[in-house]
Write a protein that binds this ligand. Sequence first.
Ligand code: FES
Ligand SMILES: [Fe+2]
Length: 449
Amino acid sequence: MNPKDSEDLTHVSPGTVMGNFMRQYWIPAAKSSELEVDGTPMRLLLLGEKLVAFRDSQGRVGVMDHMCPHRNASLVLGRNEEGGIRCIYHGWKFDVSGQCVDMPSVPAHLCFKDKVKAQAYRAADRNGIVWVYMGPNQDAPPPLPMIEATLLAEQDVDISFMMRSCNWMQALEGDIDTSHFGFLHVGHLDPDEVPEGHPLQHTAGERAPEYHVRDTPWGTTYGAYREVKPQTTYWRFANYMFPFFTQTPQGEFPVNIQARAWVPLDDTHTMMIFWRRRTGGPRSSAEPLKNGKPLAGARPAPDFHPRDTSWLGRYRVVAEESNDWLIDREAQRTKRIYSGIDHIGLQDQAVTESMGGITNHMHENLGPGDVMIARTRRRALAAARAFAAGTPAPGLMEPEVLMGARSGFFEMPSSVDWQQAYAQKVRTAERVLKSQAAPAPAPELAPAK
Ligand code: FES
Ligand SMILES: [Fe+2]
């Protein structure tokens, strides 16, 4: 990476290469439950823009520049009442489209409310999440993306949020970096302690996995592999999906319906949103080991700060740089927990935040284990730059392309080519939309050897 690549990849404000690209896509921004009808307006930071979000009397979500278009007082202070948000300074009122609908501080014959509009963005509720479209086509936004986990009905999915204090790509890269798993998360796990058939069975010993990567219509895919018995290959597939989504392989492929979004709040803060199928999904890697206990260092949930109303006040964990992410040096020294940090997500949080807000990419020395990261950076950069040069953003108008992306693990006869193995498993995987025939992933590379 040169400095220009690094900047184009990481910066997301309006007018930047990546910022303009991301604005073409719908962005998951909040839980629907965060906004109550006629409830308190919420500060919302997205792609470096300070916004206000509210739900009006009819249940519609409004998302707009937080500064009132009269004289810039913050609408976060506003009164959410009777179908709109009213600025408390001079009483101007705006509906969810940003249109000024009342101007009570101006004499009726001089009223010019029809000419005033706040900079507002389209918003939509789907399956418990508020999505925001910040792109230029506000009158005709693209369809919502068909990332499978986001199509699960609310009662069938667990959705969790966690804010991370570093750049979005830096955070996302933890999901496509299979070689850290055997160290950061399970470096203390003795493979002999893992029962037959346990989800961690093959990863405990996989400290230096080999894998293939390829470009796909939705982004990139890797397949990590190892021979686990004669003529049988154990595969772990994962995906990057434009512009900032991932699927990781922690679960049996046919039922592993999950996804993560790494939504940039600004250049150095990212909201992780995790969708995980609740019922009928993959078995948990927290299942007991031979000693009857679950994996050490994998407590179910981290501690969060109480929510506050500041720009970065939602879903903040207590563990952070100022307290060394609550690292337990005794646990680390005795190898009870390899990292010394007790929670899988916090382990990722600690290492990626420790790199700095935006890490210095010129100081890196990428190795063979980083080919997925290198390829994904190139793929995202190339797509964003191609968009800047006039090429449509990939997948935007064909959201069903995302139905071809699935992550997880499975075993397959070693004679089957890796892309065919993937295509075969995708075709027979359980689907969220039963009526939707699973499209085969379009292979871009050569078929079987
Ligand atoms: S600043 Fe909002 S109404 Fe005057
Ligand atoms: Fe991780």
